[in-house]
Ligand binder design. Structure first.
Ligand code: 5GP
Ligand code: ZN
Length: 134
C-alpha cells in the first residue's frame, strides 16, 4: 500500500487540514514553504489522467487556497501537480501541491522557453484540440 493510502487509513500520521468522504489534505512533510499542503483523493489513483473528468478535487484545492491565503504574510500561491516520474512525481498517489508564497522566499519554479514557429504552434494546438473535444 502506498504511503498516502496509509495516511488515509490512519496507519501513519499526518497533520490533516481538511477531510471529507472523498478527499484528504495534510501538511507536506517537507514544507517547501511554510503552509505547504497536499490534497489527495482518498482512493488510490496514480496520476491526473486516471481521474474522472467530473472529479471535484479542485473544489477542495480552491477552498484550501482561500484558507491559506489568509495566513500571515502569504502574498501568493502556487498550485502544482507532478504527474509521472519524468515530471518529478515521487509518490505514485495523485496529489496537488498548494504552496503559499512569501516575499523573498527561496522557492523556485522555472519554465524553460521554446520558440516554436506559427506552423508548429498551429499543428500542436490542432492535435490537442482533436483529442480534447467531445
Ligand atoms: P511529488 O514529488 O510526488 O510531487 O511530491 C510528493 C510530496 O510528498 C513531497 O513534497 C514530499 O515531501 C511529500 N511526502 C513524502 N512522504 C510524505 C509523508 O510521509 N508525509 C507527508 N505529509 N508528506 C510526504
Ligand atoms: Zn495510494
Amino acid at each position: 500500500m502506498c504511503i498516502f493510502c496509509k495516511i488515509v487509513n490512519g496507519e501513519i500520521p499526518a497533520y490533516k487540514v481538511y477531510e471529507d468522504s472523498d478527499f484528504l489534505a495534510f501538511l507536506d512533510i517537507s514544507q517547501a514553504t511554510i503552509g505547504h499542503v497536499l490534497v489527495i483523493p482518498k482512493v488510490h489513483r496514480e496520476t491526473i489522467v486516471d481521474l474522472e473528468e467530473e472529479n471535484k478535487i479542485f473544489a477542495v484545492v480552491i477552498k484550501l487556497a482561500k484558507a491559506i491565503k489568509t495566513l500571515p504574510q502569504v502574498e501568493g500561491i502556487n498550485i502544482l501537480s507532478n504527474n509521472g516520474p519524468v515530471a518529478g512525481q515521487t509518490i505514485n498517489h495523485f496529489h496537488i501541491h498548494i504552496i503559499p508564497r512569501y516575499i523573498d522566499d527561496q522557492m523556485q519554479i522555472k519554465f524553460s522557453e521554446n520558440k516554436l514557429s506559427p506552423e508548429k504552434l498551429t499543428l500542436l494546438s490542432n492535435q490537442i484540440k482533436k483529442k480534447s473535444s467531445v
